[in-house]
Design a protein around this ligand. Sequence first.
Ligand SMILES: [Zn+2]
Length: 235
Amino acid sequence: MKRTPVRRHHELHRSQRGGWLRAGVLGSNDAIVSTSSLMIGVAASEASPAAVMIAGVAGLCAGALSMAVGEFVSVSSQHDAELADIAIEQRELVEAPAAELKELAGIYRERGLEADLAMEVAQQLTKHDGLAAHLRDELGIEQRGRARPLQAAWVSALSFATFALVPIAALVLVPGHALYAIPTASLAGLAALGAFGAHLGGAPIVRAAARVTIGGGIAMALTALIGRLLGVAAG
Ligand SMILES: [Zn+2]
């Protein structure tokens, strides 16, 4: 179908980016906190730098894969639900076009249009692309925003793996001082991520950075304590 291009007045609506932004920031925070805590826990048990490195790399792989599987499963079920809705809508449009037209007009009346205008809008949109109109205005499914399981899986795996490299790189650069290098690099990374996420989302920057840094610091300190206790018990 041919469409005339429409120049749109474009505003920056930050809340619309909330979904993927939240997922991205949460995934990368997760990667830094879990990988660095794992490495710090092992380091605190007085294991060798090689063992700490193996723990870090294993943590990176495990985290990236579990993120991929988890995202794939959850986005797939959303995708299936959308497909089922689309199939129902398609069938209804074929089997009961008059009822569907009335339904669509009813939706526009509820949104504030007068009855005649609502019916006219419904008729024109049905002629243009009835299925798209029903999906969008009845079910809230936008073609552009459809769930993509594979994309969600590899994006989250990749972002986890990337940010898990922060504590691993710290150990590579300063191998003799795992218990200083890993938390320092990781907390700096968390602060930067928190600030970046807040900046993109238009939220207060210092508060966001402080929140993730303190949260991450607590996680690392607790795992260090547990690693230390286990190291003492095992040694
Ligand atoms: Zn419908």
